[in-house]
Design a protein around this ligand. Structure first.
Ligand code: F6P
Length: 323
């Protein structure tokens, strides 16, 4: 391998820039040429590709978003789009790709790598933390801290008015942000998609916490068709328990921005360096993860299976502490 291309794809996540910096610098350190590919797979198809030197990634480690921009690309889902992408790789003599993104992005990489024999290395970049094989994903810790700041503020007004707040957080179909956000913010409960078919989480919460001793409460609800979202629960409470004064806050895209935390910058830097090591070792079609504080290689098929388990211990912690 003499040169690599790097791209960010799917939803952006704080720490992606730290990862771009690490991949670029580590590649140059190891004698490789680096190409920045703009707007995710779209830029690979439409040839928005530029050689990156070390200075191209100066002064970005502290920035949220992604300097490479990102997109969800329709063309790349077609064989013709992927063939065009491969042509552009050949044109620039790019031998391998490092893809920073979530499960959709790694799924794209997996298909591309199978079709064209291109070594692809994935870095888990998503606030959702829903990739299997890594303790956390790049961006998750920052989003969690953003949620924490927001919920701390909501708590002030919730307490003053003695209200029940449903705060909706992102996560697509994963409850990591909601559950750990609830623990960290000292919220009373989290409603998460992983348990939506097992129990009536609202009923449990009302029985367990709200009714007994509290005059104000905060419940984090993971956005998802499976939970129905915060509005759904607010409506239910209004109908079933009209004695409660209910409000809803949907945190939305503010969870995707901001300066990355130390944790996200460090894992992004470690994973970026590891991606180049992996390519130099002849690895292909794996996602870099950090498991038990050690770098691991996770085959794409495993990483994107979408069944990263929620730790029951966390559920118990939240439950016990919300009395
Ligand atoms: O995957 C990251 C994420 O922020 C999810 O939590 C959310 O469901 C989705 O992206 C929102 O996507 P968009 O920015 O395209 O609205």
């Amino acid at each position: 391998i003499k040169s690599i291309g790097i791209l960010t794809s799917g939803g952006d996540a704080p720490g992606m820039n730290a990862a771009i910096r690490a991949v670029t610098r580590s590649a140059i350190y190891n004698g490789l040429k680096v190409y920045g590919i703009y707007r995710g797979y779209k830029g690979l198809v439409t040839d928005e590709i530029q050689e990156f030197k070390s200075q191209n990634v100066s002064n970005i480690i502290q920035m949220g978003g992604t300097i490479l921009k990102t997109a969800r690309c329709k063309e790349f889902t077609t064989p013709e789009g992927r063939a065009q992408a491969y042509e552009n790789m050949k044109k620039h003599e790019i031998d391998a790709l490092v893809i920073i993104g979530g499960d959709g992005s790694l799924t794209g990489a997996r298909i591309f790598a199978q079709e064209f024999d291109v070594p692809c290395i994935g870095l888990p970049g998503t606030i959702d933390n829903d990739l299997y094989g890594t303790d956390t994903t790049i961006g998750y810790d920052t989003a969690l801290n953003t949620i924490l700041d927001a919920v701390d503020k909501i708590r002030d007004t919730a307490t003053s008015h003695e209200r029940l707040f449903f705060v909706e957080v992102m996560g697509r179909d994963a409850g990591f942000l909601a559950l750990n956000g609830a623990i960290a913010a000292g919220a009373e409960a989290a409603i998460i998609p992983e348990f939506s078919t097992e129990v009536d989480q609202l009923e449990e919460f009302i029985e367990h916490g709200f009714r007994k001793s509290k005059s104000s409460s905060i419940v984090l609800v993971a956005e998802s068709e499976l939970t129905g979202g915060a509005m759904h629960y607010a409506e239910r409470v209004k109908n079933e328990y009209p004695q409660y004064d209910v409000r809803v806050t949907i945190l939305g895209h503010l969870q995707r921005g901001g300066r990355p935390t130390a944790h996200d910058r460090i894992i992004a830097s470690r994973m970026g360096v590891a991606s180049i090591q992996a390519l130099l070792e002849g690895q292909r079609n794996v996602m870099i993860g950090i498991d038990d504080d050690k770098i691991v290689y996770v085959p794409f098929a495993k990483a994107i299976k979408n069944d990263k388990p929620i730790d029951r211990e966390l559920v118990n912690v939240l439950h016990e502490l919300s009395i």
